[in-house]
Write a protein that binds this ligand. Structure first.
Ligand SMILES: Cc1cc2nc3c(=O)[nH]c(=O)nc-3n(C[C@H](O)[C@H](O)[C@H](O)COP(=O)(O)O)c2cc1C
Length: 191
């Protein structure tokens, strides 16, 4: 069983964060979560759910749900063992903060820790279009070792629902974490 940290920021695409959290828990992993202040706001706007109560209902005990301002929480330290960190969805604001090294909340710090410790960091940016500033920041993150995994679902599996599109992205995130799943059907050849 792995231990994973899922960070949700204030970019659109809360469904991707929601599904990633659910899938990691369903797969039996130890999951920890932190929402930024705007992550909570956008999550509520897009899903109608209050993040903290929803996480509690998923079985995340208070020790596994962190306030984004709590820089003393376990993910702040490189000595805390962790198998992977995901920021999904990731705002351009958080991309910029992590790329610059200016860590002002727990999500920025957890990402900085993942990079300095050489651990898996998956960043799922959501914005369109991307400015040159955004592109440069993402290049910096990729050069530092992060996987940039944009919220770009494929259509070759002939999806018929939004849920399938969301699951495709969540599945790609779990692939990058090395976690087994059946969120989407794998390409087995064809035309
Ligand atoms: C409804 C809504 C949707 C938003 N969507 C995006 C988005 O897709 N991408 C983005 O970079 N910022 C988006 N924002 C702006 C961010 O929430 C804002 O930049 C915030 O400061 C991000 O802070 P955080 O990274 O700490 O969560 C959105 C804001 C709102 C209210």
């Amino acid at each position: 069983m792995g231990r994973y940290l899922v960070c949700v920021t204030g970019a659109s695409g809360s469904a991707y964060g929601r599904r990633t959290l659910e899938a990691l828990i369903d797969a039996g992993h130890e999951v920890h979560a932190v929402f930024s202040a705007w992550g909570e706001r956008v999550f509520e706007t897009e899903t109608g759910l209050a993040a903290d109560a929803w996480l509690s209902g998923l079985g995340l005990t208070p020790e596994r749900r962190y306030a984004s301002g709590d820089m003393a929480a376990p993910p702040s330290s490189g000595s805390w063992r962790l198998d992977g960190t995901v920021i999904v969805p990731c705002s351009m604001s958080t991309v910029g903060a992590v790329a610059s090294g200016a860590t002002t909340n727990l999500i920025h710090r957890a990402a900085a820790v993942a990079l300095k410790e050489g651990r898996r960091l998956v960043v799922v940016p959501r914005e369109t279009p991307w400015s040159l500033v955004d592109l440069r920041n993402m290049t910096s993150l990729a050069e530092a070792g992060a996987a940039i995994l944009p919220a770009c679902p494929g259509f070759y599996h002939a999806p018929t629902s939004i849920e399938e599109l969301v699951d495709f992205v969540a599945g790609k995130i779990l692939d990058r974490l090395g976690v087994e799943h059946e969120l989407y059907a794998r390409w087995a050849g064809g035309s």
